[in-house]
Design a protein around this ligand. Structure first.
Ligand SMILES: [Zn+2]
Ligand SMILES: [Zn+2]
Length: 214
């Protein structure tokens, strides 16, 4: 079951160029089994997700990308406004109350790498966000090869699972990086169960790399 877990549309993210209909159509054409809309700080209504699913005959799930003090976090399974929760620790409590799942979004994106590889690895490994999430996005559509190499090693050291999500803001980047689940998923609650159970691997369809994590 191949799912792009991280996509933005024009409907909820002003930074996106993609209409939801174009997004769903492209995901279907690519042969993805599902796509998960994760706008910045706002969730789609369940009825709108269902309508898009039915119109394009592809499962469309919903999450939200929350901006926190520890970086962007993808949240699945909280169906109330959460834009005001800016501390990642508080967000974890709220997500647990709702039985949801939390993934660190593009946590390996950096402005500058340390010239010392071990120093850089230690810095990544010590980041508190990794203690709060169920998994981390090891393949983001905008990840550089260097970020990916560090990400794979950090997640192995931390024994943390890795997912892939395109972070698409335009139609041509949908599905470049995805998550492949072992079991079928038909709705958000099954997605959350599988995320929490760790039954998936990340796949980079452009670089032809996969990662299962710790
Ligand atoms: Zn982000
Ligand atoms: Zn994003």
């Amino acid at each position: 079951m191949t799912i792009d877990l991280h996509v933005h549309t024009k409907f909820g993210s002003s930074c996106s160029y993609m209409r939801p209909q174009e997004m769903a159509k492209k995901a279907k054409q690519l042969g993805l089994d599902a796509v998960c809309i994760t706008e910045h700080d706002v969730s789609w209504a369940a009825a709108d997700l269902d309508n898009l699913s039915q119109e394009h005959e592809i499962l469309v799930l919903g999450g939200v990308e929350v901006s926190t003090d520890l970086g962007h976090v993808l949240v699945y399974g909280v169906y109330q406004p959460i834009w005001s929760v800016s501390r990642a620790e508080e967000l974890r409590k709220l997500v647990d109350q709702h039985g949801g799942a939390m993934i660190a979004a593009h946590p390996f994106r950096v402005d500058r790498f340390s010239p010392d590889r071990e120093v850089q690895l230690a810095e990544y490994c010590s980041r508190p966000i990794f203690q709060l999430v169920d998994a981390a996005e090891v393949f983001n559509g905008r990840s550089t090869t260097k970020e990916i190499d560090f990400g794979c090693e950090v997640l192995c050291r931390l024994k943390l699972r890795g997912v892939g999500g395109s972070d698409a803001h335009a139609v041509h980047t949908i599905g470049e990086t995805v998550t492949v689940f072992e079991r079928p998923i038909a709705n958000n609650s099954e997605l959350i169960s599988e995320l929490k159970a760790g039954r998936f691997k990340a796949l980079h369809r452009v670089l032809n790399r996969s990662f299962e994590g710790g």
